[in-house]
Design a protein around this ligand. Structure first.
Ligand SMILES: Cc1cc2nc3c(=O)[nH]c(=O)nc-3n(C[C@H](O)[C@H](O)[C@H](O)COP(=O)(O)OP(=O)(O)OC[C@H]3O[C@@H](n4cnc5c(N)ncnc54)[C@H](O)[C@@H]3O)c2cc1C
Length: 450
């Protein structure tokens, strides 16, 4: 008998296709939940947080306890298969103009991020992922304007203070790397990893599937809380002793962290497969990724070695705050315009290349960049709000939720738990109006970096 029932107010809606997932040819679909089952652990959400929670749980509880993952859509169709695939070890804010972090805090964040990347590396090895899926190749932050170069300068100063290694690249080295004459300077840091995000997530699910049961197209629409919790999906239910909610911003649709989460969408486009002639005109390396020095700038990736999916370029930019956790066509159209412009500025030699896929995806941030984490009801844990860098922070929060639930304490968990709650947001309509105007202003200010 449930003591309290939570009706889930919204289910995830993702605009456009999860382009990376369309490139994964192997069928690895899981069934919809169509019966009533009993388990020890139910994980809601099959992204980075959900899958790392599943793996860490399976390591901690052995084979005796039953674990299921319920995913509203298909594995890797949500944000986990829509991102740009940068697993970044360094605190992202280091190149922000408003950055006010402390070295102790940064070192702690780096240790935590690297532990999550190491956890991912172990999965990549165990599940035999090829280099094109998990590539420990480092990352480049690049600048095309004076403002961008100033961002790189301040980034370098922070890295010097932290004793972190980096290499500067000049304009000609950037051209050798990317084929583009657009970038004037770059800063390479060696410990980040580039993933094919959908292939990575699906390989992890596949690797776990002899130990964990996956259900796709099985959104949790209500959760009854009691001695045993009951998660209801449209055609079945799960009675679970323990629940981990790994739904990122949709934790709010379960009624938790009200008025504490910012729901931001960001957008991307992927070209069609480049022809041999176009690849020749482009030059540069076959696989690379560049993050913008200006935080409002454009992320670009070229990839060519993933299982016959072609030689393609992906550009990501533009952001909108959508507290309804949904976006309209207008935002998609604006993103498309901005991405056409960014692509043309960087790759004038590819003026005939069209975009094959355009999409958007959800991020969840908090005002003070803190996670929405912890035991939110008895034996219900949240591993949500990854503050934009969910490939690493999602992995981390999933691992940590499993450790908190099973062990209660661990040295990594003690470091991770040293944070505050997400801050309460300003009221609407001021929040959305103010935030969207600020984003537009900052995008405009970022000039050619966009
Ligand atoms: C265009 C773009 C580029 C990005 N680039 C990067 C990048 O380069 N590096 C980086 O680190 N991050 C990047 N991100 C962010 C990253 O994708 C997210 O932070 C990450 O996916 C969050 O992981 P997660 O597991 O917490 O949540 P998600 O990946 O969102 O997974 C949560 C899952 O929960 C499911 N769900 C929600 N509600 C329910 C329900 N009621 N029942 C069942 N299931 C439910 C959803 O369908 C979803 O699959 C990018 C995002 C976008 C959109």
């Amino acid at each position: 008998m449930a003591n309290k029932t939570i009706n889930v107010t919204k289910l995830p809606k993702d605009p456009g296709p999860a382009a990376w997932n369309t490139l994964v040819k192997e069928a690895s679909r899981y069934p919809e939940l169509t019966e009533n089952i009993d388990v020890d652990w139910a994980i809601v959400g099959g992204g980075f947080a959900g899958l790392s929670a599943a793996r860490r749980l399976s390591q901690l509880v052995g084979n005796k306890e039953k674990i299921v993952v319920l995913e509203a859509k298909c594995i890797a169709d949500g944000p986990a298969g829509r991102n740009s695939g940068f697993m970044i070890d360094l605190p992202h804010e280091l190149n922000s103009e408003t950055y006010v972090g402390t070295h102790d805090k940064d070192r702690r964040q780096i240790r935590l991020n690297r532990a999550a990347i190491e956890f991912s590396r172990e999965m990549a090895e165990e599940y035999v992922m090829e280099k094109a899926v998990f590539d420990a190749c480092g990352k480049i932050t690049a600048a095309a304007s004076e403002k961008g170069i100033a961002h790189i300068r301040s980034y370098r100063e922070h890295l010097d203070a932290l004793g972190e290694h980096y290499e500067l690249k000049n304009a000609s080295e950037m051209k050798d790397w990317t084929g583009s004459e657009f970038y004037r300077e770059g800063l390479f840091t060696p410990h980040s990893v580039m993933i094919q995000p959908a292939a990575f997530i699906r390989s992890v699910a596949n690797g776990l599937s002899d130990r964990v049961s996956f259900f796709e197209a099985s959104p949790v629409v209500s959760m009854g809380l009691g001695d045993v919790h009951t998660l209801t999906t449209p055609r079945g239910s799960v009675r679970a002793k323990n629940v981990i909610l790994a739904v990122n911003g949709h934790i709010q649709s379960f009624g938790f962290f009200p008025r504490q989460l910012l729901h931001v969408f960001t957008y991307a486009s992927m070209t069609r497969d480049l022809t041999e002639n176009e690849v020749h005109k482009l030059g540069g390396r076959p696989d690379w990724g560049v993050l913008p020095a200006d935080p409002m700038g454009t992320t670009v990736r070229r990839f060519s070695n993933y299982k016959g999916s072609g030689d393609r370029i992906v550009v990501r930019n533009h952001a909108t705050l959508n507290q309804s956790i949904e976006v309209n066509d207008k935002s998609m159209k604006r993103a498309a315009l901005l991405q056409e412009r960014s692509f043309a500025a960087r790759f004038p030699m590819l003026d005939e290349v069209k975009m094959e896929h355009r999409w958007g995806g959800r991020l969840c941030l908090s005002w003070n960049s803190m996670p929405a984490f912890g035991e939110v009801e008895t034996r219900v844990w949240s591993a949500c709000c990854q503050n934009g860098l969910g490939t690493v922070k999602g992995t981390l929060s999933g691992m940590m939720a499993a450790e908190l639930a099973v062990l209660g304490t661990s040295s990594l968990l003690n470091e991770f738990l040293d944070y505050q709650a997400p801050k309460t947001l300003p009221p609407e309509p001021f929040l959305s109006l103010g935030a969207n105007l600020t984003i537009r202003w900052k995008e405009w200010q970022s000039g050619i970096e966009l």
